[in-house]
Design a protein around this ligand. Sequence first.
Ligand SMILES: Nc1ncnc2c1ncn2[C@@H]1O[C@H](COP(=O)(O)OP(=O)(O)OP(=O)(O)O)[C@@H](O)[C@H]1O
Ligand SMILES: [Mg+2]
Length: 371
Amino acid sequence: MKIGIFGGGQLGRMMALAGYPFNLRFSFYEAAQDCPSAPLGQLYGDKDASQASLDAFIASADVFTYEFENIPVAWVEYIAAKKPVYPSVKSLAVSQNRINEKKLFQCLNIPAAAYHEVHNQADLTQAVAVLGLPLVIKTTMGGYDGKGQFVIRDATQVAQAWSELQAGAPLIAEAFISFERELSIIAVRSQTGETQCYPLAWNTHYQGILSHSIVPAPQVSPQIQAQAEQYITQILHELNHVGVLTLELFQTLSGLYANETAPRVHNSGHWSIEGAVCSQFENHMRAVAGLPLGVTDELRPSAMINIIGQHPNTAAILAIPETHLHLYGKTERAGRKLGHITVTASTYQALQTRIAQVAACLPNKMALLNH
Ligand SMILES: Nc1ncnc2c1ncn2[C@@H]1O[C@H](COP(=O)(O)OP(=O)(O)OP(=O)(O)O)[C@@H](O)[C@H]1O
Ligand SMILES: [Mg+2]
């Protein structure tokens, strides 16, 4: 079976690596010839996203999926009229728009930040009056790694926030959630409606980018894990989602709040390649190909550490026991995700020791141990 993947970044690359052993083959809709997925299949797509390139891509595969949610819904509708696409147009339309996401959380009674739609500066002033400060302003579509956001801490910043973000309007203003920590849950749903959930990940960001995840998140009660599983399972069924879905959460003193969803494999799930019985990538491929799902249990405590901006010394990383290096074939650039490292250990204490060893090898240390 041939799978067509929108996007040729590291997520597409790791999906393909997971699908090859059961004879899946791949094509990618991606204009950059040197993209991380290039060695794993035929590339389609041109800079102008021409109709001809889309048609050639559709002709190249049997089933379609995507590695990022910022693709036009109209394209996915166009493909869906000809060939199967998973996840569905509905999942894409909800996940790529923060207002749609908030409406979904509301409709399913999943706690989330109170919000206000913002179309002009007057709406923003009103949002401050209604929701109070601090207030997190985000573009409704297209944001990632904390881009397209402004935190208003003082009412005098309204005009500045509007002028910086107005090009991305409509905006969403969200009440600030005072969280204890950030968690995420990843789950997968098959074409027959079967679901499986991974253990919660504890995510730490640095300068707006995910720095590292520890899984299972330490000190998670069975109730919190069950609550997260209930929320994501509700979302999966509501969307009739097929494939992997991620739910980012804030853990607060009064329980879990939903932040956002991603209709795809997620950076906080990369640990699962070595740390789980069946990885998020393999499970996404299984779901898309109409195959039975794999077991999502963890094998042992794992940490995923992102490599950002500069490559580490490969031999130094691989000299650390129970450590795996994944490089994405990218060139160095500040703030760019170049790869990740997965560390596993039999206890959290041993995991901390290994994380410290990895941090010592990272050129920028990722501020891994300092925050
Ligand atoms: N309502 C909020 N209250 C407090 N902090 C928030 C709120 N919304 C977002 N943040 C902080 O900003 C970060 C980025 O926000 P969000 O996840 O919505 O954007 P993103 O650009 O899609 O990020 P990413 O691509 O890393 O997932 C969150 O991880 C969290 O630390
Ligand atoms: Mg996020």
